[in-house]
Design a protein around this ligand. Sequence first.
Ligand code: HEM
Ligand code: HEM
Length: 176
Amino acid sequence: MEIQRYNNTAILIHWLMAIMIFAMIGLGFYMVGLEKGSDERSWFFALHKSIGLTLALLALIRLVWKLSSIQPALPDYIAPLQRKMATATHHLLYLMMFIQPVSGYISSSFSGYKTKFWGIPLPHWGWKNPELNDLFTGIHEISAFCLILLLLLHIAGVIYHLYKKQTDLFKRMWFG
Ligand code: HEM
Ligand code: HEM
């Protein structure tokens, strides 16, 4: 039977975002350990914010693309519970693709520093407010852990199907 694949745009955005999100998780944990007030810390924070806002734009494009294109049906052998779990994980991953950058952006807006996007200052609507900054930094941190858990679940699902020799599932999200 012919495999139903995601379209090439969906596949390209999936892998581009996957690489960027993994890099951002590493970058996030690395940069918070750098010495406060150092140039190195500011440089990495600025990079993290610019890549993060780019990811928010990509997530928006991805969502619009997903909603406006026909989704490939899963093969018949996938059990109903597995279908539900895969769909729930995918929906939650979409939610995190927005909560993660938005919480980071809001926390930054209450840090007292102007947020720049690849060097361009964004409208500075926030103000220095340590309580709100801490609240949204906390949300950003919790959401990073939720995102990591969901990714582990997502990757475990992929490995499970590969282990069961159901390789056509992986091919659905690969160029061909
Ligand atoms: C940050 C990393 C990742 C995110 C946010 C992510 C998110 C998603 C989402 C939301 C879908 C549903 C299709 C869509 O609407 O785009 C999906 C499908 C898929 N992902 Fe990922 N993914 C990530 C990393 C990975 C990795 C590392 C692998 C491989 C081990 C992988 C393999 C797949 C496969 C094979 C599918 C197709 C599932 C199906 O048959 O429906 N993903 N991914
Ligand atoms: C998908 C995109 C993003 C991912 C995966 C991500 C991930 C992370 C991670 C893992 C951390 C370290 C854990 C923590 O202390 O919270 C972190 C910290 C941080 N992120 Fe993000 N982030 C993203 C987007 C953004 C954006 C768009 C901004 C701001 C415009 C931002 C601002 C920050 C800041 C300021 C911190 C340091 C918080 C602190 O001082 O503890 N992030 N991020």
